[in-house]
Design a protein around this ligand. Structure first.
Ligand code: TXA
Ligand code: MG
Length: 323
């Protein structure tokens, strides 16, 4: 059985240089021993991911941080302590014990402590941290259940640790330091407001419009894409222009548009709850990709809290079809 909850078996495979898909509170990860460069190379091969795109290192607790990071900025450390375990990743100077393949040659490593009990138990059994990107083929939607991992990568990996549906459903927020100031590189499970309530105003650097200029950290615009073309714009107009096609409409809050035999409505949260919407987002995109819809039309959420990260993913998914 390639899917199960056997932590000992997962630990055995990882200790022998194999890959295991692991549950986290954000999305499923494809994990390898972060200290073993040959094991890490298998991640790139399995995901079909370019080797210039670095990986997040997952550690078991705060005390482990000094083993792999040096000179962590005070504010960064404060935020890491406040939001860990949880969906916050920090980008900070690495120690030599982290092989270059993990960071794509950069002297900075991305680190987080996941909040899923199974994966924390697993990490506590290991004497190494886990390098893990999201467990999807390169540029496809991140998986939020063990079944999605199995459908996407099942024939390529020996074991999937099944931790159920991911609680948050969006990747972690990535932060770092530039000119002594905290910056956000990727919006995610911890909102801009959560961070600003702690340390005051900060900058977001994951602006999609500037993306071609921003080299680090690997924020490729072609991310998180469903296979079907996704459009964002004036919904009524998009619906009218595409009325001859089978449409999947992604919406949020009170339903204004009714379904027809050519239009199926996917409401991320009828009660307009951002948390619920985040947890449903990737699953919905995945479901639509496996349906008979020809195109996807998505309505953006209010640009606050988790809505900002959800919009970021939707916009990235739509951009990908234009290039
Ligand atoms: O929630 C998450 O963060 C999930 C779970 C599995 O932990 N992981 C995840 O990993 O989303 P991935 O590889 O899909 O996205 C990590 C992002 C990439 O955009 C990568 O370029 C960036 O983090 N990144 C990782 N290490 C970096 C580094 N050393 N320098 C710059 N960017 C880095
Ligand atoms: Mg990913």
């Amino acid at each position: 059985m390639p899917i199960g909850t056997d932590i000992n078996y997962a630990a055995y495979l990882l200790s022998n240089g194999e890959l295991v898909a692991i549950p986290t509170e954000t999305v499923y990860g494809l994990a390898a021993n972060a200290f073993d460069k040959n094991a890490v190379a298998k991640i790139f091969e399995t995901k079909n991911r370019p080797a210039f795109n670095p990986l997040i290192v997952h550690i078991k607790n705060i005390d482990y941080l000094p083993k792999i990071a040096k000179n962590v900025n005070e504010q960064l450390l404060y935020l890491f302590q406040k939001f860990s375990p949880g969906p916050l990743t920090i980008l900070t100077e690495k120690k030599n014990i982290i092989p270059d393949i993990v960071t794509a040659g950069s002297n900075k490593v991305a680190i987080r402590i996941p909040r899923h009990p199974l994966t924390l138990q697993l990490l506590n059994k290991l004497n190494f941290p886990l390098a893990a990107p999201s467990a999807n083929p390169f540029q496809y939607i991140s998986p939020t259940s063990a079944q999605q991992v199995e459908e996407q990568l099942g024939d390529k990996i020996p074991y999937i640790l099944d931790g159920g549906k991911c609680e948050i459903g969006l990747e972690s927020t990535i932060i770092g330091v530039e000119n002594n100031e905290i910056v956000i590189y990727r919006l995610g499970g911890i909102s801009l407001e959560d961070i600003q309530n702690t340390i005051g105003k900060i900058k977001i650097k994951s602006n999609i419009k500037n993306e071609k200029k921003v080299k680090t950290p690997g924020q490729l615009s072609k991310h998180y894409s469903p296979k079907k073309p996704l459009f964002i714009g004036i919904t009524e107009q998009l619906l009218r222009n595409n009325s001859h096609k089978k449409i999947a409409l992604i919406t949020f809050g009170k339903n204004k548009i009714s379904e027809t035999n050519k239009l199926k409505v996917y409401n991320l949260s009828e009660k307009a709850d951002m948390k619920e919407a985040a947890a449903n987002l990737f699953e919905t995109l995945y479901e639509i990709d496996n349906s008979d819809a020809e195109i996807i039309i998505a309505e953006l959420l209010p640009d606050t809290g988790l809505g900002r990260a959800i919009n970021d993913r939707l916009i990235r998914a739509s951009i990908s079809k234009k290039f």
